[in-house]
Design a binder for this molecule. Structure first.
Ligand SMILES: [Zn+2]
Length: 287
């Protein structure tokens, strides 16, 4: 590192204005990151994307209207660890509102937002998970919103697209969170009787109960480049089987090579790819 570089890095403004790319280590201007859809323009590393930006990226401007936002968490097992579950939920809501600012269309009050939208003029039902809300964990609310989204798709004959990003089941809801795996899987199977497509987009990370239920049940399963998709994390598996895992294990490229997903799509191509798939899969429905 040159003396000049050291000088720049020591300045307090450095951390305010620049961020290191986790992929290649290049310095990225913080203000440019959202403009590039949270993708490094040097190495194509896909960073995690805030939920509102994700919705904006995928849908026609101003067409997203959230539904089922009135479904909010309860505390079914009166869970307390270092603090009560209800307090954790309130803090997560506050954190998300403060971070994203108020937005009339999207209420960030859980780990998923679901709604109606248009993608290149095609009406769809869209769910986007919110990793910033308690690690995108699936409790009763995520399970219920996903289930209702598929029921709505079945009843109003609309395709369903869900972008997942989750650490897994929400342990603070105990067995109730695990039940959501069976419930959402059943909802997907019921929806498939409609003959309409369900496209699953797995963003980094999609793990635990979400990967083991609706995230991997799409008619088309897409992952973003470099996304970690799996049930248990690589460290837990290594400790359990006492073996070193192959390079790139559970990353999207590895999953594609082993037939776990159908394709890897760059974020910049995501909307166009989904729109193309919808047109192909719904050709007899006039999409
Ligand atoms: Zn990079």
């Amino acid at each position: 590192m040159s003396i000049l570089e050291k000088f720049w890095r020591s300045r307090s403004t450095y951390s305010e204005n620049w961020k290191k790319c986790p992929g290649c280590g290049e310095d990225l201007r913080i203000e440019d990151i959202p403009k590039n859809n949270y993708v490094c323009d040097k190495c194509n590393y896909h960073m995690r994307m805030p939920i509102r930006d994700r919705i904006k990226l995928l849908v026609d401007e101003g067409t997203f209207s959230e539904i089922f936002q009135e479904i909010i968490p309860v505390d079914p097992i009166n869970f307390v660890d270092s603090k009560p579950y209800t307090q954790r939920v309130s803090e997560a809501i506050e954190k998300n509102l403060a971070k994203e600012g108020e937005d009339g269309n999207i209420l960030i009050n859980e780990a998923i937002a679901v709604g109606k939208a248009n993608i290149d003029g095609i009406p769809v039902l869209l769910g986007v998970m919110n990793f910033d809300f308690m690690g995108g964990s699936m409790g009763s609310v995520v399970g219920e919103r996903v289930t209702r989204l598929f029921e709505e798709g079945f009843n109003s004959k609309l395709p369903v697209i869900i972008v997942t990003s989750s650490g897994g089941a929400r342990m603070q809801e105990g067995i109730f969170s695990l039940m959501q795996m069976a419930k959402t899987s059943a909802a997907v199977m019921h929806f498939k009787h409609s003959g309409l497509p369900y496209i699953s987009v797995m963003a980094d990370p999609t793990t635990g109960g979400v990967s083991a239920s609706f995230a991997t049940l799409g008619d088309i399963n897409i992952a973003e480049p470099g996304a970690l998709v799996g049930f248990a994390g690589p460290r837990v598996i290594e400790q359990t089987i006492r073996q070193k895992l192959p390079r790139g294990f559970q990353r999207s490229q590895f999953l594609l090579e082993h037939g776990m997903i159908d394709s890897i799509v760059d974020r910049s191509e995501l909307k166009a790819s989904i729109s193309k798939l919808l047109r192909l899969l719904m050709v007899d429905r006039g999409a």
